[in-house]
Design a protein around this ligand. Structure first.
Ligand code: G3P
Length: 217
């Protein structure tokens, strides 16, 4: 499973990328606003920090401007993935850019039918929003299962990118459901490897090792 960071915080990104376990980055207009920086500058900086796909979202209201924005974003770096909303225009944008060889991540997906349409349009990634569906009283993980089945039934190559992930339990369930990738906030990245029993066990091992008075090096 590929792990992407859902952030525009380049300092945090730089730090976590050192683990070698960050496979890509996703952003959205809210995260760009949070950075307080010009979007094109932030995306370029992120693309230089990670080799994997970096999603940058179009914001224009009409198809023609969306296509122009998508091309401009894609020109920033080879690893830019244009993010398109799951609307009629967004699907048309996806199709147009896919024909040009530009990868598209279709975002704001809340139903399996929407995911089917995105795959048919040629999306490289589909982003089902698990956490927001849960908040809405639905079952976000059921959507991941449904999309996995549909994509497997028809051999769609669109990657399922579990988004709106709130905790490590979401990542576990998405992995079990067969999501290809998950995009997670930096706090969840840390949560994925932290365990109190690991800390307690290590403390004990270190204490016992100290008693031996030995050194390996
Ligand atoms: O970037 C898309 C998605 O991950 C947003 O998550 O927490 O705002 O629902 P959230």
């Amino acid at each position: 499973m590929q792990l992407f960071l859902d952030t525009t915080d380049t300092a945090v990104l730089k730090d976590l990328a050192q683990t070698g376990l960050v496979d890509g980055v996703t952003t959205n207009p809210t995260l760009i606003a949070k950075s307080g920086r010009p979007m094109l500058e932030v995306i370029a900086e992120i693309c230089a920090l990670v080799e994997g796909p970096v999603s940058a979202e179009v914001v224009a209201p009409d198809l023609e401007s969306m296509i122009a924005e998508g091309r401009k974003l894609a020109a920033i770096a080879d690893n830019v993935v244009v993010k398109a909303p799951l609307t009629r225009e967004g699907l048309m944008l996806t199709r147009a850019l896919a024909i040009e060889g530009i990868m598209v991540n279709v975002t704001l997906c809340f139903s399996a039918a929407q995911a089917l349409m995105a795959a048919k349009a040629g999306a490289a990634f589909i982003s089902p929003f698990i956490g927001r569906l849960d908040d809405h009283g639905a079952d976000g993980m059921e959507l991941i299962h449904d999309i996995r089945t549909i994509y497997d039934n028809y051999d769609f190559s669109t990657a399922i990118l579990a988004a709106s992930v709130r905790n490590a339990a979401h990542v576990r369930a998405a992995a079990l459901a067969g999501a290809d990738c998950a995009t997670i906030p930096p706090s969840v990245f840390l949560e994925l490897y932290k365990h109190p029993l690991t800390d307690r066990g290590l403390e004990q091992f270190n204490a016992d090792w100290a008693k031996t008075g030995q050194s390996i090096l």
